[in-house]
Design a protein around this ligand. Structure first.
Ligand code: SAM
Ligand code: SF4
Length: 372
């Protein structure tokens, strides 16, 4: 648990403070915040800690033949913590660990614990597929992990297996219940809603919020599926469409808009329900103006946008003796060069690749390096 007065003492307490991020603990050696030329400030980093995964989701990677980077091509614990410390000096307050599957990395608990202790960091989160989460939940809670997003796309075992190509729905459901029971202040369920796969489970997923104090987030399917099913053009369900279906179904129940994070623009609560429902326009990208995210890939590149194809080589800089000032300069360069939105980033990527903008989605590969 961090040395922060707000969190000191209790681990699984019922104090109201446990539900809010600890108060601001400024870095002792601050730098000007990371901003871009469009006036946005970046205070949230998502770091992919591994490419490997124990599932093979059809919308993410192929069943076989995935070429993962060698271990020494992935950022080490010390490199990750160095980057986090530098970013905390630049005003980053929220850190999310993702992957691949972060819980497949053997030192992940140590990484989380030490990130929690980093001055300036207010909250550490993780995105996981939930298969191993119940095994590590207690120790992660004790380490000070604040939020967990558990990805789950079907509540039916046969469909779960069809989508992930593995079994384990029971383990994921157990992880969700345990996360709630242990009192993680933020528990969210990420659902990629796809036509022809799980669109009929929209309402069953919403119904999880009746008793569980979780946010169920429906994420638009994006063209990061290693050339598997996006190209068929048959599986995309838009955020607008999902919102209409949710609003129609719960109209008589008096569904209300609720408050959420910056990407949870469409967020609801059904009166009397314990949790919330959110719809994330990840592909239609109506929220780029509010972007606050920095991404670091598992192989150590800074990405200034999910839709950009331009890596900034952070690991190489560190391994070639780059100083902290050099690293700060690389982050500033990456964000000076950030485009206004994901559409502009995609257009620039297509020009650089000398292909038509409508073809760029076909050259992009998996989400496992960039972590979503
Ligand atoms: N393995 C972990 C997991 O599944 O939660 C973390 C990594 S995963 C790449 C992060 C998030 O990206 C998951 O919620 C996953 O559902 C989502 N994702 C992966 N590929 C996607 C795609 N093509 N479109 C939309 N979301 C995707
Ligand atoms: Fe693994 Fe997550 Fe990709 Fe599924 S979405 S294959 S769990 S990295």
């Amino acid at each position: 648990m961090r040395n922060n007065p707000v969190n000191a003492g209790k681990v699984f307490g019922d104090s109201i403070h446990e539900l809010s991020p600890p108060e601001e603990n400024h870095h002792p050696d601050p730098l000007p915040p990371l901003r871009d030329r469009h006036g946005r400030t970046f205070d949230y980093v998502r770091i992919a800690v591994i490419e490997q995964c124990n599932l093979r989701c059809t919308y993410c990677m192929p069943e076989e033949g995935v070429q993962f980077k060698e271990k020494d091509m992935v950022l080490s614990t010390e490199e990750i913590l160095r980057v986090v410390n530098i970013l905390a000096r630049m005003g980053v307050r929220k850190v999310r660990y993702t992957g691949g599957e972060p819980l497949v990395r053997s030192d992940i608990v140590d990484i989380v614990a030490r990130t929690v202790e980093t001055p300036g960091v207010r909250a550490v989160h993780m995105t996981t597929n939930g298969l191993l989460f119940s095994k590590y939940a207690r120790v992660l809670r004790e380490a000070g992990l604040f939020g967990v997003n558990i990805s789950l796309d079907s509540l039916q075992e046969d469909k779960f297996q069809q989508i992930t190509r593995r079994s384990g729905l029971d383990k994921v459901l157990e992880s969700i219940d345990l996360a709630v029971e242990l009192g993680f202040p933020r528990v969210k369920i990420n659902v990629v809603l796809m036509r022809g796969f799980n669109e009929d489970e929209l309402i069953p997923f919403c119904e999880l919020t009746r008793d569980k104090p979780v946010t169920v987030r429906f994420i638009e399917f994006m063209p990061f599926d290693a050339h598997q099913i996006w190209e068929t053009g048959q599986h995309f369900a838009s955020a607008a469409d999902l919102c209409t279906q949710i609003e129609t179904h719960y109209r008589d129940a008096g569904i209300n808009p609720a408050s959420g994070t910056r990407t949870e623009h469409h967020i609801y609560q059904v009166p009397g329900y314990a949790g919330k429902i959110a719809v994330i326009p990840a592909f239609t990208r109506s929220l780029c103006g509010n972007c606050s995210r920095i991404r670091v890939t598992a192989d150590g590149n800074i990405m200034n946008c999910l839709y950009s194809e331009v890596p900034y080589h952070l690991k190489d800089l560190m391994r070639n003796g780059g100083s902290d000032d050099d690293i700060v300069a690389l982050f500033r360069k990456a964000f000076d060069e950030k485009y206004k939105d994901g559409f502009e980033a995609k257009k620039a990527a297509s020009i650089a690749a000398k292909i038509n903008v409508s073809d760029i989605d076909r050259v992009r590969s998996s989400m496992t390096q960039i972590g979503g």
